[in-house]
Design a binder for this molecule. Structure first.
Ligand code: PLP
Length: 442
């Protein structure tokens, strides 16, 4: 009776656009997860966004928790960001020469982040990570990298590597087109497993340039690590003269202005950022101490460059967005709001005895169909539970709630999700859970 299902929802225009896009792009998309391969239906083509809402090409409105996969912490079409971008555009789009805007964004970051002293802007998270890995190798004069199963660091060759069988493995490539010899330089170990990391260092200590981790692993579910494990990584890297790289492309400016480094108060050697830093435009960044960054060209021998790096329009978006984030209580309010939202979903599921957990940190959440109290490594995810996510995703779309189209993806709350919208979303989530677990169609 009280169903939040939207009647007569049409996806015709999206379907037409998808038929066309398939003739232009592999899978009809310009980045694979957009293709809805892991859920029911076909991609919605988005027409516009405003605040916490998006509208598809058929005019359907959704409360959006994908947030362009994280960047839009102020919601869509934020007026401060938009105005600053327009102002910058009026002076031209790109010069390939320095601008004051780059200084401004760097200053805003460095003044509010004690974990890095110098930085360089790139145009994507992948580029930032690729550069950080090269920097670590150049600085240590070593080749091997330790990464963790279940962490995603962008699509660079050396990190598109998954674990083989066994505790410490040379990675197997997880994409065609990557030479085996590249994957051989990458050692893959399970998350939250001290013994595995110790074993890797025992075998290869003087060859390991760096350990790279998403300190808040958020690309394979939300695999929260213990403070103890992250501190252990810091210690073992220091002991072996390897560098610790925090890939904070998601967690940076998300779990707090200083990201996960600040959240856990751990000093990595290199940090990468992306997503939020560009306010929705393409910006990535890596930073470290003066000494380590001194290795980067033209000061040092590690080459890294970019025609559009530090692009003035993208810098302007970043300046506007980070200025909002640096205001007092921004994160406190956002995180509290998210916690209330996720807690009440959890209460509902628990009261109904549903095998369902909401894991959360800051304004990130993950819906997991599990009865485990915590999940901290990829092996603990039950792949068959993704069938349940598929149903949930379909039912949520029918009720005007948009989540990223895969059960392995996390959701993001923005400052524009008001109590009213979060209440609406909650009702839709409750109904969808009822359908997943009881098959009762509202
Ligand atoms: N690192 C992490 C932790 C990410 O989540 C991502 C993207 O999702 C990347 C790197 C790659 O960033 P981009 O997609 O901007 O290349």
């Amino acid at each position: 009776v009280n169903s939040t299902v939207k009647p007569d929802i049409s996806r015709e225009r999206s379907a037409e656009l998808y038929e066309k896009s398939k003739t232009y792009f592999p899978g009809g998309v310009n980045s694979p997860v957009r293709a809805f391969k892991s859920v029911h239906g076909t991609p919605l083509f988005i027409q516009k966004g405003d605040g916490c809402f998006i509208w598809d090409a058929d005019g359907n409105q959704f409360i959006d928790f994908c947030a362009s996969w994280g960047p839009l912490i102020l919601g869509h079409n934020n007026s401060a960001v938009r105005e600053k971008v327009i102002e910058a555009m009026q002076n031209g789009m790109s010069f390939g020469a320095p601008t004051a805007l780059e200084n401004q964004l760097a200053e805003l970051i460095l003044k509010n982040n004690k974990y890095i002293r110098k930085l360089r802007f790139t145009s994507s998270g992948t580029e930032a990570v690729m550069s950080a890995v090269r920097l670590a190798r150049g600085y240590t004069k070593r080749d091997k990298i330790i990464k963790f199963e279940g962490c995603y660091h962008g699509h660079l060759d050396s990190l598109l590597v998954k674990a083989g069988s066994g505790l410490v493995t040379f990675g197997e490539t997880s994409s065609a087109g990557i030479p085996k010899s590249f994957a051989d330089e990458t050692i893959v170990v399970p998350l939250n497993n001290i013994q595995a990391v110790e074993e890797a260092f025992e075998q290869f200590s003087d060859q390991i340039a760096a350990v790279i981790i998403e300190p808040v692993p958020a690309n394979n579910g939300l695999l929260l690590q213990t403070q103890e494990f992250l501190e252990f990584l810091r210690r073992i890297c220091t002991k072996n003269k390897s560098l610790l790289i925090f890939d904070e492309v998601i967690s940076g400016f998300r779990v707090g202005f200083e990201g996960a480094a600040g959240y856990y108060n751990i000093y990595p050697d290199i940090i990468t950022y992306g997503k939020i830093i560009g306010g929705g435009l393409p910006v990535g960044m890596y930073g470290a101490s003066e000494e380590i960054m001194g290795m980067i060209s033209p000061d040092g021998p590690v080459y890294q460059a970019g025609t559009l790096s530090g692009n003035p329009v993208a810098m302007a978006a970043g300046i506007a967005q980070l200025t909002e984030l640096s205001k007092s209580n921004f994160y406190k309010d956002l995180n509290n709001k998210t916690f209330e939202f996720t807690e009440s979903i959890q209460r509902y599921a628990t009261a109904k005895n549903y095998k369902f957990k909401v894991f959360t940190i800051g304004s990130i959440f993950w819906f997991a169909f599990t009865d485990r109290e915590s999940i901290s490594n990829a092996d603990e995810i039950d792949a068959s539970s993704m069938e349940k996510f598929k149903i949930m995703h379909r039912e949520l779309l029918n009720r005007g709630v948009y989540l990223g189209p895969s059960g392995y993806e996390v959701g993001f709350v923005s400052s524009t999700h008001s109590k009213i919208e979060l209440e609406k979303a909650k009702r839709a989530i409750f109904e969808s859970l009822d359908i997943v677990f009881r098959g009762s169609r509202a």
